[in-house]
Design a protein around this ligand. Structure first.
Ligand code: 5GP
Length: 189
């Protein structure tokens, strides 16, 4: 008989690939699915709320908490520090449901080291040209940070084949359905 087992899912993919939108859509279908709020040293974008979008903190505070062992994983990404606080994972796991960490490739492999049963899912753009177009349209980046994010995207794509699952975000509805199936299949195993 199939039974439900809560799992930790790590979602990675280049900036602008649509991870946030995909995860938000999946959580509409699976409201019990937890999502950790990451910590970052980057400045908030317009509309972002501290404690909801991210835990925004200074570089000094971030490093103090790294030293104190408060992070499950952390990494330098696009010139800033990002990390997952242990307290965020614990808070979600206590709820007894599966959990999503939306983090970069360096963080993903740190999680795999400490939690080998974590399921790593890579979200791919249909092409780098499409990624450039989506990032430009989003309008959140300066020309310089856009180029940095695209250069990093090429580097990150090379890691896709080390993930347990790969989803191509060519069409939001299709990719969302695929991600939902992946989550449900792993929870049943
Ligand atoms: P953004 O600045 O666009 O919000 O995020 C940039 C990148 O940081 C994302 O593509 C995401 O993969 C990565 N990121 C966000 N939160 C975390 C985290 O907690 N840990 C790690 N390692 N990367 C993160």
């Amino acid at each position: 008989m199939a039974c439900f087992e809560p799992k930790l899912f790590v979602i990675s993919g280049p900036s602008g690939v649509g991870k946030g939108t995909l995860v938000a859509r999946v959580r509409e279908s699976l409201p019990s699915l937890g999502l950790t709020v990451s910590a970052t040293t980057r400045n908030p974008r317009e509309g972002e709320i501290d404690g909801v979008s991210y835990h925004f903190m200074s570089h000094d505070e971030f490093m103090r908490r790294v030293e104190a062992g408060e992070f499950v994983e952390w990494a330098h990404v696009h010139g800033n520090c990002y990390g997952t606080l242990r307290s965020e994972v614990d808070r979600n796991l206590k709820a007894g449901s599966s959990l999503i960490l939306e983090i970069d490739v360096q963080g993903a492999f740190q999680v795999r080291e400490s939690i080998p049963e974590a399921v790593l899912v890579f979200i791919m753009p249909p092409s780098l040209d499409v990624l450039r177009e989506r990032l430009s349209k989003r309008g959140t980046e300066t020309p310089q940070s856009l180029e940095l994010r695209l250069a990093n995207a090429e580097r990150e794509l090379a890691f896709a084949d080390r993930y347990d699952e790969v989803v191509i975000n060519d069409d939001l509805d299709r990719a969302c359905a695929e991600l939902l199936t992946i989550i449900e299949n792993h929870e049943r195993n």
